[in-house]
Design a protein around this ligand. Structure first.
Ligand code: ATP
Ligand code: MG
Length: 239
């Protein structure tokens, strides 16, 4: 399914244009992080890639095909939980995937252990804290062993320790061989996790660069202004 080539993607609800001919090429390795101001279309881009919405124009080309031929999972910013146990929330998600009951149970136990929720398997998922919910949502997606994992601000509103736990899980997902494409407003997280940065402004990808280079030498004025505005201290960039 990789490389994913996005050509001229446009999303224009009545009276406005959000994505205006966006181009992007994504390889199948590593963690790619989408940065950009509020409302620029980061969540929208993830939803378009997940096939949850149709663009007004433009195409997604999955290694020459119109549809991905590998599994894809998305974790939303506020993941929905069924009013069932932690275990059932993962196991139910695996049912449409064609696994046997024994395999579903084995995978569920494995991912719950990996995200540190094995002891909570029998508890009602709705009673979990924000950080625990986020880990459960990641476990649910991970259990499907997606080739591409889309994460929308997976640590928004988590404390530093919960953020660290979620970041560790995301790294493990990458090590397992999944491609991760995610958004964040946490620039510290971006420097810790990202292999490459995709910077969106004015409906397009303004920069797509290795993370180290992006943070040391952002090329576009929009990216420089964004980084200055998001950081609590002033920085000067290398030339
Ligand atoms: N299905 C939709 N129909 C119409 N407009 C939409 C739809 N989805 C998103 N939009 C609009 O597209 C714009 C971009 O929204 P999006 O949620 O992608 O922003 P974002 O970059 O994720 O912002 P934030 O950083 O605040 O999460 C918003 O103005 C939003 O109202
Ligand atoms: Mg968003």
């Amino acid at each position: 399914m990789f490389p994913l080539r996005i050509n001229g993607l446009r999303f224009a609800p009545p009276g406005r244009v959000v994505l205006d001919g966006l181009n992007l090429e994504l390889g199948g390795e590593g963690i790619s992080l989408i940065l950009g101001p509020n409302g620029v279309g980061k969540t929208l881009l993830l939803r378009l890639i997940a096939g949850l919405l149709s663009p007004s124009a433009g195409q997604l080309d999955w290694a020459g095909k119109a549809q991905p031929d590998g599994r894809l999972a998305m974790v939303f910013q506020q993941p929905m939980m069924l009013r069932l146990s932690v275990f059932a929330n993962v196991e139910f998600a695996l049912r449409p995937q064609g696994f046997s009951a024994a395999e579903r149970a084995a995978r569920t136990n494995e991912v719950l252990a990996r995200v540190g929720l094995a002891q909570r398997a029998a508890d009602c998922a709705r009673l979990l804290s924000g950080g625990e919910r986020q880990r459960l949502a990641l476990a649910r997606a991970w259990a499907m062993r997606p080739r591409l994992l889309l994460l929308d601000e997976p640590t928004a509103s988590l404390d530093p320790s919960a953020t660290e736990q979620v970041e560790r899980i995301i790294r493990e997902v990458r090590t397992d061989g999944a491609k991760v494409l995610m958004t964040t407003h946490n620039l510290g997280q971006a420097t810790r996790l990202a292999d490459d940065i995709i910077f969106l402004a004015e409906g397009r990808v303004q920069e797509h660069a290795p993370a180290q280079r992006f943070f040391a030498r952002p090329q576009s004025p929009a990216a420089r202004a964004f980084l200055q505005g998001e950081l609590p201290w002033r920085i000067t960039f290398d030339r």
